[in-house]
Ligand binder design. Sequence first.
Ligand code: HEM
Length: 197
Amino acid sequence: MASAPDTKSQESESLSEAPGFENEVSNVISPVNLLLIAIIGFLLYKIYCKFTKSSSDTVLVELPKLRKDMTVAELRHYDGNQPDGRVLVAVNGWIFDVTRGRRFYGPGGPYAAFGGKDASRGLATFSVTSSDKEYDDLSDLNSMEMESVKEWEAQFREKYELVGRLLKPGEEPTNYSDEETEDTDSPASTPADKKRD
Ligand code: HEM
């Protein structure tokens, strides 16, 4: 006899729990939690990509050093789509071999628009686009943008091999054939002397 009211109260409890449970469910799938789940998922995906990509990067054979001035048209060939996969990028009139940064500038990379291109304007204006101009003299950039281009140039000099100058239309390429040194910025050094012994 005594159990009857108990069962009723249990029933009514579970009934009154139902909306509470719903509340909890809606709390769990609140927009904030969904956003957090999405961010965690994205970060895990990035970590996964980093591991898988770095292993494929190491498969790349080191390419012979390239030392050459180029026109914008010549530079275009080096977007990473040719068999050797070499990628070059020009910044502030200098061409850099960014093949070791292929995952950034190579096909499918986040900065692929810079591969085989003059990236100066894009870097200056913080936009991943490259101009289709035959030669971009950057003369319309303001002083802050020019400062930014110079900082990027310094960063590229530190990280990547210098290939040569980006030639203006009609400009003659430098002949680098005598230059055997690794130190491309100081032609005054004498590697031939070292080799003589
Ligand atoms: C929300 C937007 C962006 C995020 C979250 C982002 C993130 C990053 C990160 C994490 C790196 C370093 C990667 C590494 O060293 O492993 C990087 C490098 C870089 N980013 Fe961005 N970036 C953004 C936008 C841009 C834009 C708009 C530009 C174009 C001007 C840009 C140009 C570069 C360049 C040139 C590098 C250097 C790659 C190298 O080391 O050669 N980024 N970015």
